[in-house]
Design a protein around this ligand. Structure first.
Ligand code: ADP
Length: 626
């Protein structure tokens, strides 16, 4: 077969360029990327051999070999893993087939324009990093179970060629024609150092080709230069931070370091071990329901699958890692995972390990925990809704905006700041920080100097319901009416003095609110709406109404602030029989104001505008002396 020439996909060129531009000061990572690909190819072969042992014939070494050749100026990364067919060479090395990568390439290009290259941290640089050190790369590959080999060649200038080739065993050789300036990667000492640093976590042997003089001849030998035992199988004391980091990179393609990691080994009725990682950034795909997540699953050291989502609840979908089970069958499928008792046990343990890891992070490295919270807090909070029974366990991990602090604070800190006589910890829900901060519901609390937590995340209204107390202290919403709370609350004499005004409000708004009463929570605002016990919170109502048009009107309680000048003036006007029709207009206006403050859309915005305009007209006329 003759050679064929192909053009790279446009995105590939973009990625290539970005990799080279952003990593030129860190070229040595190419070796880690190529060795990591080789290890994946060996993993895939061993997995395929579970059902078809003939794929691994006698004499297969299942190793990764580094072959420096000084005369040719080449470094070869060799493996006898799964290999690639002709079509696979074209597809895997010439296009960006992986979903998400295309989008990422786009984002990277945008980020580059804005000069922010930290995004490269979220991007697996992979095979193309070969061009950090090589002018030309050849890939000779033979797919396991087939007899044909092919050679892919490119100098990364827009095209690559593919042609028939020879290869003794299945697997892949990546032959790097090193640029003159990068011949240091032929030096055995340098190669050993890099493998020790970047690839020591791998369970596959990495061997370096050496030549020894025997008599007058040179003989070739392969020397193992890594430990070749899976990192998670080693005792905890022998797992160094940097090794864990490299395993994380291998699993995730995340160039950045993880925020935290944890090793575990469980030896009960079931045996399993593994490592868990918390990334530093949220992936692009965090809020895409179809996005992959979960850990990499091994069974007795045999790689089974990536993204085993069944092993983690969806509120821990940011966690990455590996789990190696001794009890699952080697031929386990995703379907089987879904109702396996073994999986239930593993999942329980992974949740426990993760929560312990987060608690430790919060305690020992609060700044890193804040980074974690900013990236993944909203996901973790889903747990309150999904598994309310975990509320007490999760409470110490939660962070909230607060009236008392610049950044997010914990419930423990808020509790420690409680004022003498403060009966509860208070929060208010809002769609933005500004809305929560200016909520009329918190005026009296703030005046008393009580702290208020601002819950402004879309998930908060659903999550917070599970949390009614923290460490023995009740947690209360500033906008809910408490059972038994009523008119008597603030100041009865004043209330009586309101006289007809309250009945006027009641009559005017009888279709809108369930009750009109005096408020103990208002200071600067004349009115507010509060939720009756057992009522449907505003956010919930909005959500339901979107799908259920005929949802009955949810009547809330309107509270009046008897000390407010507007209320006092209205009372006097009514008592003196002045401007009676306009009082009704102003009542409607106050009611609309209360709705706006709680974030509810007005039924008749035009009427609201008309009333405000009338007010402005009066005010401007008065000021202009008209
Ligand atoms: P990634 O490894 O993140 O998928 P790469 O650019 O490193 O991205 O590799 C692209 C694809 O090429 C891999 O997913 C794999 O299918 C294939 N590949 C790369 N190296 C090898 C290898 N040594 N053996 C078999 N397949 C390989």
């Amino acid at each position: 077969m003759t050679a064929t020439t192909h053009r790279f996909e446009a995105e590939v060129e973009q990625v290539l360029r970005l990799v080279i531009e952003s990593l030129y000061s860190n070229r040595e990572v190419f070796l880690r990327e190529l060795v990591s690909n080789a290890a994946d190819a060996l993993d895939k072969l061993r997995f395929a051999a579970v059902t078809d042992p003939s794929l691994v014939p006698e004499g297969t070494s299942l190793a990764i070999r580094l072959v420096p050749d000084r005369e040719a100026g080449t470094l070869t990364v060799w493996d006898d893993g799964i290999g690639m067919s002709r079509e696979e060479l074209v597809e895997h090395l010439g296009t960006i087939a992986k979903s998400g990568t295309r989008e990422l390439a786009q984002k990277l290009a945008e980020a580059k324009e804005s000069g922010d290259l930290s995004l490269i941290g979220q991007f697996g640089v992979g095979f193309y990093s070969a061009y950090l050190v090589a002018d030309r790369v050849e890939v000779v590959s033979r797919k396991a179970g087939t007899g044909e080999a092919h050679r892919w060649t490119s100098d990364a200038k827009g095209t690559f060629t593919v042609e028939a080739a020879e290869r003794d065993t299945h697997g892949t050789s990546v032959i790097l024609h090193l640029a003159e300036a990068h011949r240091e990667y032929l030096d055995p000492v340098r190669l050993r150092g890099l493998v020790e640093r970047y690839s020591d976590y791998l369970s596959w042997p990495v061997e370096l080709r050496t030549t020894k003089k025997q008599g007058d001849d040179y003989v070739e030998a392969f020397e193992k230069i890594n430990q070749s035992s899976a990192l998670w199988q080693r005792p905890r004391a022998q797992i160094e931070d940097d090794k864990a980091r490299e395993l994380y990179r291998h699993l995730t393609s995340d160039f950045d370091e993880p925020l935290a990691w944890r090793h575990f080994r469980v030896e009960g009725t079931q045996l399993f071990s593994g490592m868990l990682f918390v990334p530093r950034h949220a992936p692009w795909t965090m809020w895409q329901p179809e996005a992959k997540h979960g850990v990499r699953l091994y069974v007795k050291r045999v790689f089974i699958m990536d993204d085993a989502a069944e092993l983690l609840p969806s509120w821990l979908r940011f966690v990455r890692g590996v789990v190696d089970s001794e009890d699952l069958p080697l031929n386990v499928s995703r379907e089987l995972l879904q109702d396996s008792r073994v999986v239930t046990t593993i999942k329980k343990q992974l949740v426990k390990q993760t929560l312990d890891m987060l608690e430790e992070l919060a305690k020992e490295r609060p700044d890193d925990y804040a980074t974690f919270w900013a990236a993944f807090g909203p996901v973790l909070k889903e747990a309150l809704h999904a598994e309310p029974s975990r509320a007490a366990e999760l409470a110490p991990l939660l962070r909230f905006h607060s009236s008392e602090t610049e950044g997010p604070t914990s419930l423990a800190e808020a509790k420690a700041r409680m004022k003498e006589g403060q009966p509860a910890l208070y929060y208010v829900l809002g769609e933005s920080l500004a809305q929560a901060q200016h909520s009329p519901h918190i005026e009296a609390l703030r005046k008393k100097g009580y702290e208020v937590l601002y819950l402004v995340d879309p998930v908060d209204p659903f999550a917070i319901g599970a949390l009614t107390e923290y460490d023995g202290t009740p947690l209360e919403s500033a906008s809910d009416a408490k059972p038994g709370e009523g008119d008597e609350a603030p100041d009865e004499d004043r209330g009586a003095a309101l006289g007809d005004l309250r009945s006027r409000f009641r009559t005017k708004l009888q279709d809108e609110v369930s009750e009109v009463r005096l408020s103990a929570r208002l200071v600067d605002s004349p009115v507010c709406l509060v939720m009756p016990p057992g009522g449907l919170p505003p956010h919930f109502e909005r959500l339901l109404r979107a799908t259920q048009k005929d949802l009955p009107k949810q009547k809330r309680i309107l509270e009046l602030n008897p000390s407010h000048p507007v209320i006092e003036n209205l009372r006097r006007l009514l008592a003196e029989g002045k401007a009676v029709e306009r009082v009704d207009e102003w009542i409607a206006l106050l009611y609309d104001q209360a709705k706006i403050a709680e974030g509810t859309a007005l039924d008749d915005p035009a009427a609201f505008t008309r009333r405000v305009t009338a007010l402005l007209k009066d005010a401007t006329e008065r000021m202009a002396g008209g």
